[in-house]
Design a binder for this molecule. Sequence first.
Ligand SMILES: [Zn+2]
Length: 202
Amino acid sequence: MAQIFHRFLAVGVAAVRRALMVGGDMNAPVPQYSLTRRKNMRRTVLRVGADGAVRVSAPPWVARREIDEFVASKAAWIARRQALADTLPAPLTAGLEAEQLKTWIWEQLDDLMPVWCARMGVEPQPRVSLKIMKSRWGSCNALRRSISLNVELGRRGRDALEYVLVHELAHLFESNHGPGFYALMDLHLPDWKQRRKALRAR
Ligand SMILES: [Zn+2]
């Protein structure tokens, strides 16, 4: 019973807060955030990191009060993102887990790489490096014929790793994500969209 009451109370408080914010109440609570000023930005950008920290970037001419109001207006969204961040595994850092994931990825690449290079007509095989990357799953330098794969892929399983590998190999032929690129993906890995969706879903 106490629990039910508590839930009602929480919903009630959230509703009141929302109502206050819609009304533009200046006393609406401002979630804690860190601020970076960037000269070449045109608008204020807010991000909630994987660690739940709120980071705001704003052009120099936007007043601090305006930024506070902006952040306060996003309070509900921020709270949802932070709740989600709590359920995510900690971002990968150098250490034992990363080394184990690398070993596993290299084992998979032993057979994936020759198979896919043969299927796609990639000759010679590109050089591969495994890196801990913050914002992408892989990258390809077609000129140097080198591919980087995110070590985090080791947590996502073989289908995900294979999808990113084929994606980066396709960049050896098509540098952009244009129609030619997606035609290659459709041809070689018809279920690539499902794999991408699975990779994006946390
Ligand atoms: Zn790409």
